[in-house]
Design a protein around this ligand. Structure first.
Ligand SMILES: Nc1ncnc2c1ncn2[C@@H]1O[C@H](COP(=O)(O)OP(=O)(O)OP(=O)(O)O)[C@@H](O)[C@H]1O
Ligand SMILES: [K+]
Ligand SMILES: [Mg+2]
Length: 677
């Protein structure tokens, strides 16, 4: 989705220029109070220019005109910054709208498919989707299985399988069925589908100021009021000293002193943060979620699929004493015939490869299959004459204990060995009789250890969560280098752990995909749902990863951090700038009346007018000059918060103090060269 809209093209730039003008509408502009003050100043000085033109000049019309032009530019540059940040999202929204063509749906009415408009579908309707059809709305597959091309939403062209039951049952409107057919129960009313939400999100239509942005805006408004008072008291003071400061000069002075730089770039910084996520195929439901990601203290990560590759494969059968290898393999396969988890499939394959066990005809078996659940940590099959279960060591131990038997010593021993090596042991039991163990192997992802090291440098704690036993968990945790782990976790356990950290005042991030994960996703400060996950999970989280890659949580945190750092750096720069401007201009203004001020007038600006005009021009240009930094974010490095703070204070604080002196002097020289003052 994002691949086609990278970078800025001419169209986006032109669009942003137009938008910058539209945003001059006072009703829109007032959302940005600092710029609203500049807008009022612009109108006032514009009035003075016209007064001078029609009534004859009382002062220096050329000066007033130049100040006026640059005040308008100040507002326009700020509006442009916001518009350009919104631009990419708008272009993407347009592309998405095109994919949402006038789709037709085959709605099942009285057991027969009838063609209706997709837009008429409501929650609970059942539709049939066949090869080549676009899935008309979001829903859950209730019957059948199909390969689906989700590239319209995810940009990923590899087809995915969607089927009823389990965690792969949710489908997204706008995607296309490639082969086979499915029946889908619609889960969204018109206008509320994932694609609709995505369009309004990337468009920024629903964008609201985040709490942090509101707090910063209040601070900026406070500073503006302080400077307004300062400039107002300057007037009588100056006239007392025999200096006649015109209203134009006072307005110009005010604009130079109030925090226009950060005021102008604040919303662009926020939008750009969401945009950076979108480029990585992550949809943030709110700016608040992105900010929270930047402040996260604890990352909860699943073991399987996040820290390990996730294709946990059966590699070995270890029979209990007195049980033949074939009997164990046979039972293990039988219990896995309908087990669609990667673990289950790999068991069937291993039994077939090693012991040449053929697949059986399921219908003749009269079997009732028990699917795997994270609660029971078991799966299996009930046959006419026997009951087979396979599952985690503790689950099977409990299961056979209830039937009055125990795990044989050699199985216990084998399981411990498997677990210590980082593998996952499964135990197979037929009734109360334990037949043996299965060794499931999984491999830790390359590079994950380095990522955890970076996170630690940023001061973030990583906790691995797994349904696996403590021994396996400890082995993998040590190998991957996480700070802590939780073994034999249930979905409730996850939820409780999140609350525990939150009670200590920490912000928690996690990923999840199952309906089981929904409560924890909702509780976490940053809950990233996998796009391949269930509808419930997607609704509970505050972000959706379209690539369904749980490792992306780490990138999300980095992007959030970068957003906060960018905002902090530019705020520092902006305020340092304003302070510097004060010391650059005031001596120039007063050195005429008070030659003693000349000592402070180190800048040697040519005239008081030139000083003020140069400062206004610098003030406007710095906004447009910092747009690229606001959009791309400051350089990011995984370091602790205090190191970053110190470094940014030096770079952006000192830089912000120095820049106006250099910039204003340079502009002053140019103004003189070109006879503009
Ligand atoms: N298909 C299955 N049939 C029976 N038992 C299984 C199956 N898959 C996993 N198990 C057992 O249940 C345990 C818990 O599995 P679960 O999927 O909840 O967690 P996990 O995959 O180990 O960790 P994670 O939370 O990282 O996914 C596993 O450790 C394993 O012992
Ligand atoms: K300013
Ligand atoms: Mg799992």
């Amino acid at each position: 989705m994002s691949a086609n809209a990278n970078g800025f093209n001419k169209k986006i730039l032109m669009q942003a220029c137009r938008e910058a003008l539209f945003k001059l509408n006072p009703k829109v502009q007032v959302r940005n109070p600092v710029m609203f003050i500049v807008l009022i100043g612009s109108w006032l000085t514009t009035g003075f220019v016209f007064r001078d033109l029609f009534q004859g000049s009382a002062g220096n019309t050329s000066f007033t005109l130049q100040i006026t032009v640059w005040l308008w530019f100040t507002v326009l540059f700020a509006n442009f910054a916001e518009a350009i940040a919104e631009g990419r999202g708008k272009a993407q929204a347009q592309a998405l709208r095109q994919t949402r063509t006038q789709t037709q749906a085959k709605k099942i009415i009285h057991d027969k498919p009838q063609v209706v408009e997709a837009a008429s579908l409501r929650k609970g309707d059942i539709v049939l989707v066949e090869p080549g059809d676009i899935i008309p709305s979001d829903g859950e597959v209730i019957e059948g299985m199909a390969t689906v091309d989700e590239s319209a939403v995810t940009g990923e062209s590899a087809p995915v399988i969607r089927e009823s039951g389990g965690d792969k049952s949710s489908v997204t409107g706008g995607t296309r069925v490639l082969s086979d057919w499915i029946k889908v129960a619609v889960t969204a009313n018109p206008g509320e589908t994932f694609l609709d939400r995505m369009i309004s999100l990337v468009e920024g239509a629903k964008r609201q100021k985040t709490p942090n942005e509101i707090a910063l805006t209040i601070l900026l408004v406070g500073l503006t009021i302080v400077f307004l008072a300062a400039v107002a008291t300057l007037y009588p003071y100056a006239s007392y000293s025999g200096i006649n400061l015109s209203i134009t000069v006072l307005i110009a002075l005010l604009v130079c002193l109030i925090p226009t730089t950060i005021g102008g770039l604040l919303s662009a910084i926020g939008i750009a943060g969401m945009d950076r996520l979108l480029k990585r195929n992550v949809l943030a439901m709110s700016g608040r979620a992105v900010e929270a990601a930047g402040d996260v203290d604890v990352l909860l990560l699943d073991k399987t699929g996040t820290i390990t590759l996730g294709n946990r494969m059966a590699t070995e059968f270890i029979p209990a004493a007195g049980v033949s290898m074939e009997a164990l393999a046979d039972a293990a396969q039988m219990a896995s015939l309908a087990d669609e988890t990667p673990e289950g499939r790999s068991i069937v394959v291993l039994a077939k490869q090693k012991y040449n066990l053929r697949e059986r005809d399921l219908t003749n078996l009269e079997a009732e299959f028990i699917p795997f659940s994270a609660h029971t940590r078991m799966s299996g099959v009930n046959l006419k004459d026997k009951v087979i279960r396979k599952g985690s060591v503790d689950a099977i131990q409990k299961y056979v204990r209830e039937k009055g038997s125990e795990l044989p010593e050699n199985v216990k021993f084998a399981c411990e060995g498997i677990a210590k090596s980082g593998g996952t042991p499964l135990v197979v039991a037929e009734g109360s009789r334990v037949l043996g163990a299965i060794h499931l192997k999984d491999v830790i992802k390359g590079g994950i250890k380095e990522r955890f090291k970076e996170l630690r440098q940023m001061g973030i704690k990583t906790v691995m969560i797994t349904g696996d036993n403590p021994l396996t968990a400890a082995a993998i945790a040590a190998e991957a280098g996480v700070d802590d782990f939780m073994a034999e976790a249930t979905p409730e356990g996850k939820l409780a752990l999140i609350r525990e950290y939150q009670d200590k005042g920490m912000l928690v991030a996690m990923t999840g995909d199952g309906t089981n994960d929904a409560p924890a996703l909702a509780q976490a400060d940053v809950g990233v749902a996998m796009n391949s996950g269930t509808q419930a999970a997607k609704e509970a989280g505050n972000m959706v990863d379209l690539d369904s890659n749980p490792t992306k949580l780490i990138e999300i945190v980095e992007i959030g951090k970068q957003l906060l750092m960018t905002r902090g750096s530019l705020t520092t720069f902006s305020i340092a700038n304003d302070v510097a401007k004060y010391f650059a201009i005031i001596p120039a203004l007063f050195s005429v009346a008070y030659p003693a001020f000349g000592v402070f007038n180190i800048m040697r600006l040519s005239t008081p007018e030139s000083a003020i005009l140069s400062a206004v021009i610098f003030n406007a240009l710095i906004i447009i000059g910092l747009v690229p930094l606001a959009l791309h974010g400051v350089m990011y490095q995984p370091l602790g918060a205090d190191i970053i703070l110190r470094r940014n204070l030096i770079i952006y604080g000192l830089g912000g103090l120095a820049a106006p002196f250099l910039g204003i002097k340079l502009i002053d020289v140019l103004l003189v060269i070109f006879h503009l003052v």
